[in-house]
Design a protein around this ligand. Structure first.
Ligand code: PGA
Length: 254
């Protein structure tokens, strides 16, 4: 399978932005500006706005996703949200292991794995984030870091599980910094991730998995990044909060 046959997924990560009213407003702007596309469009909004957002995009090709998901169905886990709860809103995608969760909220490779498996058991596609920080890149250990994160995130995964997942390569030094990885740097790591998937599963399986790039993707650099052989979409933070920019990025996915 080559790039042309893989599912292209353009995803926005709104992080902790927009209240309920602002959510409705931004979604109506995005709906108006979004070009016709074969790509899967996903917007991961703050959990509290999921219901509002799901209603606002009703009848469109926009999917609403979550930014995290706990592994237990219910229980004494103050502040957490379960896959079962997400499912009850019709949610089909959830980000897991975002670097901000790892950095600020103590997320580990082990919890990322548990969260991803919980998503899969509830028919939710996990968007599994991996990425090296600046120090790791400068010390030339990017591949070691990525290999560890990918292998640990995918413990107990079947071939079907990985086929139902998305991997997002997000170099931490490029997130929210305006410093994008060059298309070549991004492609190199996304290709490496596919090699790891080939080792864990098999070539055909690895070739079918959508691998996104994320980290300061914007209306100007999206086309080049998305044209790379192993980059099948984007996970977009800042630029997904601007309807025009997000629409332009979607148009680059063709
Ligand atoms: P950014 O965020 O596009 O603002 O760099 C990407 C992300 O964190 O998913």
């Amino acid at each position: 399978m080559n790039k042309a046959l893989r599912k292209v997924v353009i995803a926005g990560n709104w992080k902790m932005n927009k209240n309920a009213e602002e959510t409705k407003l931004l979604l109506s702007e995005i709906k108006e500006k979004l070009p016709k596309t074969d790509a899967t469009i996903l917007l991961c909004v703050p959990a509290i706005n999921i219901g509002t957002a799901v209603d606002a995009v009703n009848g469109t090709n926009i999917n609403i996703g979550a930014q995290n998901c706990h592994w237990e169905k219910s229980g004494a886990f103050t502040g957490e949200i379960s896959a079962d709860m997400l499912k009850s809103f019709g949610i089909k995608y959830a980000i897991v292991g975002h670097s901000e969760r790892r950095q600020y909220f103590g997320e580990t490779d082990e919890t990322v794995n548990k969260r991803a498996l919980a998503c899969l058991r509830n028919d939710i596609h996990p968007v599994i984030c991996v990425g090296e920080n600046l120090e790791e890149r400068e010390n030339n250990i990017t591949e070691t870091v990525i290999r560890t994160q990918v292998e640990k995130a995918l413990i107990d995964f079947t071939k079907d599980d990985i086929k139902n997942s998305i991997i997002a390569y997000e170099p931490v030094w490029a997130i929210g910094t305006g410093k994008t990885a060059s298309a070549e740097q991004a492609e190199e790591v996304c290709k490496f991730i596919r090699t790891i998937l080939t080792e864990i599963f098999d070539k055909e399986t690895a070739q079918s998995v959508t691998i996104q790039y994320g980290g300061s993707m914007n209306a100007k650099n999206a086309k080049e990044l998305l044209s790379m052989e192993n980059i099948d979409g984007g996970l977009i933070g800042g630029a997904s909060l601007k309807a025009d920019d997000f629409a332009t990025i979607v148009s680059c996915a063709e």
